[in-house]
Design a protein around this ligand. Structure first.
Ligand SMILES: [Mg+2]
Length: 244
């Protein structure tokens, strides 16, 4: 097996402030053990920047795809990412930051290649947050897209997603030749589910919601119970798979 794991809502519960998320040492050890058993074929595939992934998993340097695939670190530690944003993007970021300053409860996360606007602390501002981000698209030109998530809306480079990140890993050691398992909880993970489905792998959705994943597990705790059992196929209910 090769494992592709999302972080928020999959390995950790959501927090109002994403930068406050931590992973207990025992759980970090469990991940390291899984990686050892899988010959290093465990990658983190998150909307977070890789620097943030490393903060949550200190000292591990897992292969990782950050910002929904906009940046990637392979198993050999080689790092790649989309081109750095230009001046139009900086102006858009400043515009969003100014709007956020006028709306307490909104939180702008600048991830260098992408921006996330979190409204977890102010759910009533959901509509405003989505309108604000959508309104920036014409200013950014082509090559950008809006990515929805759980109480977050993001602007990110188009043409990169979690599924493409999985494909890139699967063409490299130590992932190639293994059966991919992708576990995630949010709409951005659907790209990963579709990819592992097409590769004959195992797609696992955490929690409720329509999905292309084959298996559903209840919550973060169920993911860890599965990891503790050694990462064999998760016990979960078969989903009524949404057609892709
Ligand atoms: Mg997630």
């Amino acid at each position: 097996m090769a494992y592709f794991l999302d972080i928020d809502g999959t390995l950790v519960e959501f927090r109002d402030t994403p930068s406050r998320v931590h992973l207990a040492a025992a759980r970090r050890r469990a991940l390291a053990k899984l990686s050892q058993r899988a010959g290093g074929a465990v990658a983190i595939v998150s909307g977070r920047a890789i620097a943030e992934i490393d903060r949550i998993l200190p000292g591990t340097h897992f292969p990782a795809a950050g910002q929904h695939g906009a940046e990637r670190r392979d198993a050999a530690g080689r790092y790649s990412r989309v081109a750095m944003p230009g001046s139009a993007v900086v102006r858009v970021r400043d515009r969003i930051a100014a709007a956020v300053a006028r709306h307490p409860g909104l939180l702008l996360e600048d991830k260098s290649c992408s921006f996330a606007l979190h409204y977890r602390r102010a759910p009533r501002l959901a509509g405003y947050a989505h309108r604000l981000m959508r309104a920036q698209l014409p200013r950014l030109g082509s090559g950008w897209m809006v990515q929805r998530g759980k109480r977050v809306v993001e602007l990110k480079p188009a043409g990169r997603d979690k599924g493409m990140a999985v494909l890139a890993f699967m063409s490299e050691e130590p992932f190639c030749g293994r059966t991919p398992v992708f576990i995630g909880d949010d709409v951005t993970d659907e790209f990963g589910f579709a990819t592992v489905n097409s590769l004959g792998g195992v797609s696992v959705k955490v929690g409720a919601g329509a999905t292309a994943a084959a298996i559903r597990v209840r919550d973060v705790r169920a993911v860890w119970e599965w990891l503790a059992r050694g990462g064999a196929l998760p016990q979960g209910t078969r989903t009524r798979r949404r057609s892709a």
